[in-house]
Design a protein around this ligand. Structure first.
Ligand SMILES: [Zn+2]
Length: 497
């Protein structure tokens, strides 16, 4: 009798447990017997009783579902919003009724990001809005918008129409391989078709920012320099070290690191970047601006008389110190406009002030790079390629979409820990991470969605729960339910392995 009773209790607990199919899983859940039946045709947010509780952390919430009603407490609007997202997921999983439960929840990391490269391929504001909707569902709160690079310049800047005229198209882009085919970075095949012009006007960007704000997402613009600057040089060859080497007045056709970079010895080139950043500061309300800073080959600077004159005049050691000088100048420029600078982690060091933030992308020595930046006082965002680069294959059987490399399985994403190997005080400067979508080998919105989901669900749980994440098998059970909900909403989510 006792055994039968125990089995019954265990079975009941299992059933109840299986109903809390929330991704990311909340910090604390107490399941209760019973369900709340949402009145037919009534929106969830209209049945919730909301109260303010200043003791609840930023973005956190307390949620109580009983048979008689739903109560939510939060200290801010973001917390109340996330309570609603949890309720929507509970409802997704159980149709019109919600399992009774008590939830207390708050994120482990303040930076829970998703990145989209619109320079290599351009997707447009409808695709961006769809992405923002999907982000909000999983409590992601930073949209990193990669708007400029060698291959294309995507933001209209008043007073600089040449950026669009010359920089917003490329002579060709890579040929899409046949279904199931690999992309070979070493042997690139052109599709032979002009790609572009594609770009956003001010009104488009304002629309996206407003849409994101309603979903408690901040939009981080990225303007890359001094490397990854070829599309700008198409518009203004004079800002290269050797203007005569800018042969084509358009973005770069192929993938790869462009040797022609911004001339750091040219005051006019610096003034141009300042004008762009000044506009970006006014347009984007978020307190941070990303200035790139990675992969700047120094070959042209070594040959260039203007760059060498700058090195001499400023008493700099070499070309690396010249980049650090330029970075410091721009960090100060942004600080005067009330902005904090973010750059890819190689830009740190060499006197960049502590309030500038680092974004770690390379896969080597991640704990060392994060710890060094954090111990110098920089807030660090950790997005190492081996865990967070979604343009690499998720290793599914019969995957119809092409990738630029392999090894980013769902399991690999879920195993990510932004604080891995970081100790002591440095931990508090690790503010989160993001998934990155580089798009040389992505062609449309369906392609993006397939590569985001379900892997971004895994990363959302990493960023929300940190060390407390419940484990891969538990995650996969919940993610399966949430993937079905995405599919029902028309999102092209990939299957779980
Ligand atoms: Zn130069």
């Amino acid at each position: 009798m006792k055994i039968a009773y125990t089995i019954m209790v265990l079975a009941a607990a299992f059933v109840a447990r299986a109903e809390i199919n929330v991704v990311p899983y909340p910090s604390s859940v107490v399941e209760k017997p019973g369900v709340f039946k949402c009145p037919a045709g009534k929106e969830l947010r209209k049945v919730v009783k909301l109260s303010k509780d200043a003791s609840i952390p930023h973005e956190g919430y307390r949620l109580s579902v009983t048979a008689n009603g739903i109560n939510v407490a939060a200290s801010d609007k973001a917390g109340a919003f996330y309570a609603l997202k949890t309720l929507e997921q509970l409802k997704d999983a159980t149709s019109a009724s919600l399992p009774c439960c008590e939830i207390e929840d708050a994120p482990r990391y303040s930076w829970r990001g998703l990145h989209l490269d619109e320079s290599r391929h351009f997707f447009g504001k409808d695709a961006v809005k769809a992405t923002l909707d999907q982000m909000a569902r999983f409590k992601l709160n930073r949209f990193h918008w990669h708007l400029t690079d060698d291959q294309g310049w995507r933001i209209d800047v008043p007073g600089h129409p040449e950026l669009i005229e010359y920089g917003s198209w490329r002579p060709y882009s890579p040929k899409r391989p046949p279904e199931g085919g690999e992309c070979n970075k070493k042997k690139q095949v052109s599709d032979g078709k002009k790609y572009g012009p594609f770009f956003y006007m001010e009104a488009d960007i304002k629309e996206v920012i407003a849409y994101a704000k309603e979903r408690h997402i901040e939009v981080l613009p990225e303007i890359e320099f001094p490397g990854h600057f070829r599309a700008a040089l198409a518009a203004y060859p004079a800002y290269a070290c050797f203007p005569e080497r800018i042969k084509s007045r358009c973005g770069r056709g192929t993938w790869g690191i462009e040797p022609e970079v911004m001339c750091a010895g040219n005051d006019e080139a610096i003034k141009f970047v300042e004008e762009v950043l000044d506009y970006v500061c006014k347009l984007f309300p978020f307190e941070c601006v990303h200035i790139g800073g990675d992969e700047c080959p120094k070959g042209r600077w070594k040959e260039c008389s203007k760059c060498q004159a700058r090195i001499k005049a400023e008493g700099l050691k070499d070309e690396h110190a010249l980049q650090a000088w330029l970075t410091r100048h721009m960090v100060e420029f942004l600080a005067k406009r009330g902005k904090r600078t973010i750059g890819w982690a190689e830009y740190l060091g060499a006197g960049v002030p502590a309030e500038a933030m680092g974004m770690v992308w390379m896969g080597q020595n991640v704990p060392r790079v994060v710890s060094r930046g954090a111990s110098e006082g920089h807030d660090m965002i950790v997005t190492p390629s081996p865990f967070c680069y979604l343009n690499h294959s998720q290793e599914l059987k019969d995957d119809p979409y092409p990738y630029g490399g392999g090894g980013r399985t769902l399991e690999k994403c879920y195993s990510f820990d932004p604080c891995h190997g970081v100790t002591g005080d440095a931990v508090k400067h690790v503010i989160g991470g993001q998934g990155c979508q580089w798009t040389e080998y992505s062609w449309d919105q369906k392609d993006l969605e397939w590569k985001y989901w379900p892997r971004m669900m895994a990363l959302s749980e990493v960023f929300w729960m940190g060390e407390k994440k419940p484990g891969l098998d538990d995650f996969k059970r919940r993610a399966t339910v949430q993937r079905e909900a995405l599919i029902k909403d028309g999102v092209n989510a990939a299957p779980l392995p």
